[in-house]
Design a protein around this ligand. Structure first.
Ligand code: ZN
Length: 359
């Protein structure tokens, strides 16, 4: 099954290239915004070609902007019966796959230099065989988007890959938690615990006390740096845990991974991260996303289930019990490690609509 995914590559443009990219990004979205508003007035898709469209952009890029504008018009405006009028705000510029090349050290692409399109190399942060994107970027590359994220230039390259979708029926439930970051149980009862909750808690405590000290010294920038460091640490842990989970699934010939659907991720992901509970939802969300991404690459489907009572229900007789200390015990005689129960139930819990959650 072909799958399109986006691979991010950090760019290191020269100062001159950066300013050109910034201008082109603004130009690109302004071309789209004005074409979309024209189409709204005329109530039909545009017939304009690159010659009719003003803007200092290479013609291939302009062509892409026209294509994007048409797609915004059909998929957003027309579909919503003219109730949604999208206006792009964030500068971005897009090249199709015939107009650029990537050689793992540079992206060669046309930029507007002194009013003319000229193909130049823009340096990329080296992608070598130790980089997890190395194998992906050897595939056929699709469109290239360049934009700025947290003040850094990134190339988002779409890559279409052929995955051998697993046709089996083996299911694995994965339960995410704090004490144990993840527990997986396959449908033949194989169990594995992933990550180290105690270590994560310890690291978080260290970061917290460092922040407190810096707070007393009023070192705002140092605190922000510390936050970034903690975020990077947690993200790295999530990458490791998700990779291990998917490898475990592959080793056990699993074709479906089931995870709990998180409640109200739309609200919690965007609102305050100060609230402890929100913070946890956010980190479970990220880990779920990493698992889904890596599983899909391996041809494994990810489904989300209703989380109600998954940690209380007896996997054998469906009675609800609260676990006492480390053990989960049921009147029917069933007993097991308390952290296993969630994953066991997630395997067969009702799958909720759609198989992907979005923030
Ligand atoms: Zn029972």
């Amino acid at each position: 099954m072909p799958q399109t995914i986006t691979v991010k590559v950090k760019l290191l443009p020269t100062r001159e290239q950066a300013s050109i990219l910034a201008d082109m990004g603004k130009e690109y979205i302004s071309v789209i915004n004005s074409l979309v508003s024209e189409m709204i007035t005329e109530k039909k898709s545009t017939k304009k070609t690159t010659k009719d469209v003003p803007g200092h952009l290479p013609s291939a890029v302009k062509n892409q902007a026209i294509k994007d504008a048409k797609s915004v018009f059909t998929t957003k405006v027309k579909k919503s019966k003219y109730t949604v009028i999208p206006v792009l705000q964030k500068p971005v510029c897009v090249w199709n796959n015939q107009n650029y090349s990537f050689d793992f050290t540079h992206i060669h692409l046309p930029l507007m230099i002194d009013g003319k399109a000229k193909k130049v190399p823009v340096r990329a942060l080296l992608i070598d065989k130790h980089n997890r994107n190395f194998e992906l970027l050897k595939h056929k590359l699709g469109t290239l988007r360049i934009t700025k994220k947290s003040n850094k230039w990134v190339a988002q390259i779409s890559v279409t890959i052929q995955t051998n979708e697993s046709t089996g029926t083996k299911i694995m439930g994965v339960d995410l938690g704090l004490k144990v970051p993840a527990v997986a149980v396959t449908d033949d009862g194989k169990t594995r615990f992933f990550g180290n909750g105690r270590q994560n808690k310890y690291v978080k405590r260290i970061f917290k006390s460092k922040r407190k000290k810096l707070g007393k010294l009023k070192k705002v920038h140092a605190i922000i740096n510390m936050d970034d460091k903690e975020q990077r640490y947690m993200k790295d842990q999530d990458h490791k845990v998700s990779r291990a989970i998917v490898n475990f699934a592959k080793d056990n010939h699993i074709s479906v991974i089931r995870l709990e659907r998180l409640a109200n991720i739309r609200q919690t992901a965007r609102t305050s991260r100060k609230n402890e509970k929100n913070l946890h939802t956010w980190s479970f969300y990220r880990l779920s996303q990493f698992i889904e991404y890596k599983a899909n690459l391996a041809g494994i489907k990810v489904e989300y289930v209703n989380p109600a009572y998954t940690s209380q229900t007896c996997p054998k007789c469906s009675e609800r019990n609260k676990a006492q200390d480390r053990k989960y015990k049921c009147k029917c005689g069933f007993e097991t490690h308390r952290d296993k129960v969630g994953a066991m139930n997630i395997r067969y819990a009702p799958v909720v609509g759609g198989n992907s959650q979005s923030a």
